[in-house]
Design a protein around this ligand. Structure first.
Ligand code: HEC
Ligand SMILES: [Cu+2]
Length: 370
């Protein structure tokens, strides 16, 4: 009887060809993934503000150092194990010679079993020492750290400076070479504060306070993102840290402590300020002003949107997503005020059906509010 597997059978060759093609395709895929993966190492690319390979302060550097230590240990293990495997495959391959002896079998060799259990255990124990000490060091704030409270909201970060009484949102301003102790919590669901150039990720948990140490060597803008899925617009919840010199920080803090100027009738921004008072905005927003005509202060713990005092001193808004690249501040503000949930699905700022005139007036007022 003829067997299906005989060489005459046309179905025999085909699977082999297909398998070879598949192997070629998979190799090409893996190869390009490896090559493209290397692009992630081009660190300083401004299109990759969330790279972890450009640490800009001592805490991010501690993580980076630990990463490279573990990486090189893992590389050495990989090379030794794979190299050993290749050597053994070649040295003991079946040479198809008569009289070739079967190599010595090692199965169940107690000495070897102990050796290759103990060595990895020692390596892991060795790596655990710097890992565990870093885990604690990255979150246990030093005695001279400046405290900034970070409160997560769906979908924006609020910042409060207890020593200065400053309330702000979206942009955390801090001095260079100064440790900041972020005291973090959440107003609603789990969030996670992550500024890759300054430290790792840490949860914001409702009803609890978590700490994270932040410090930057140099002035600059450092981008971050909420790193825990927190609802519909999680992907639009970004964070920005603006690092400035000591003198700039003191000037910034002094300006933020000033109450907002409330425009009187006939002054620029007056119409917008009236829209702000009369269109329901003050249910969720406040501006801190000493004018009796301004809004009553909202308690911090009440549900509210970002504090709009000195709104125009911030270079980004709406969870640090606006203005988008290439878009003007006015254009994006117009888009936001016209229909917030259109810009940010699920936004807790509703579409208030403002007229174009009201929006233009609001923009004038918001922009005077530096
Ligand atoms: C029901 C509450 C609510 C009302 C009413 C409301 N807002 Fe908002 N507003 C929010 C919330 C919440 C955000 C933050 C949204 C986000 O980034 O996800 C926000 C964001 C903003 C921002 C961006 C601020 C920043 O720093 O990110 C501006 C400007 C703003 N609102 C203006 C207004 C104006 C003007 C009105 C009235 C016409 C108004 N809002 C009414 C809740 C409200
Ligand atoms: Cu979040």
């Amino acid at each position: 009887m003829k067997l299906v597997g005989s060489s005459q059978c046309p179905y025999d060759a085909e699977p082999m060809v297909r398998i070879r093609r598949r192997i070629a395709r998979i190799s090409a895929l893996v190869g390009s993934a490896v090559i493209l993966g290397a692009c992630a190492f081009t660190g300083s690319d401004p299109d990759q503000p969330l790279t972890t390979f450009e640490p800009s302060g001592p805490f991010a550097r501690e993580i980076d150092d630990l990463f490279w230590l573990v990486f090189w240990i893992a590389t050495a293990v990989f090379v030794l194990v794979m190299g050993g495997l290749v050597v053994i495959l070649f040295a003991f391959r079946d040479r198809n010679k008569d009289g070739q002896k079967e190599p010595k079998q090692l199965h169940g060799n107690a000495k070897l079993e102990v050796l290759w259990t103990v060595i990895p255990a020692l390596i892991l124990a060795g790596i655990a020492v710097p890992t565990v000490s870093s885990v604690f060091n990255l979150t246990e704030c030093g005695p001279d750290a400046m405290e900034i409270e970070v409160i997560g909201h769906q979908w924006w970060f609020e910042y409060y400076y207890p020593d200065y009484g400053i309330e702000t949102a979206n942009v955390m301003v801090m001095p260079e070479d100064q440790e900041v102790c972020a005291l973090m919590t959440s107003d609603d669901v789990l969030h996670n504060f992550w500024i890759p150039a300054l430290n790792g990720k840490r949860y914001l948990i409702p009803g609890q306070t978590t700490n994270l140490r932040l410090q930057a060597d140099d002035p600059g803008e450092y981008w971050g993102h909420c790193a825990e899925f927190c609802g519909l617009s999680h992907s639009l919840m970004r964070a920005r840290v603006q690092v400035v010199t000591d003198a700039e920080f003191e000037a910034w803090a002094a300006a933020q402590q000033e109450p907002a100027v409330w425009p009187a009738e006939g002054e620029p921004g007056y119409e917008g300020a009236q829209v702000f008072l009369n269109k329901g905005c003050i249910q969720c927003h406040t501006v801190n002003t000493d004018s009796e005509d301004g809004p009553a202060p909202l308690p911090r713990e009440a549900f509210n949107g970002p504090d709009l005092t000195h709104f125009a001193s911030r270079n980004t808004f709406a969870g640090a997503i606006l203005p988008e690249q290439g878009e003007s501040y006015e254009a994006s503000l117009k888009r936001w005020l016209a229909d917030p949930p259109e810009v940010k699905p699920g936004s807790f700022m509703p579409n208030l059906a403002l007229t174009e005139q009201e929006i233009d007036a609001l923009i004038v007022w918001l922009e005077t509010n530096e």
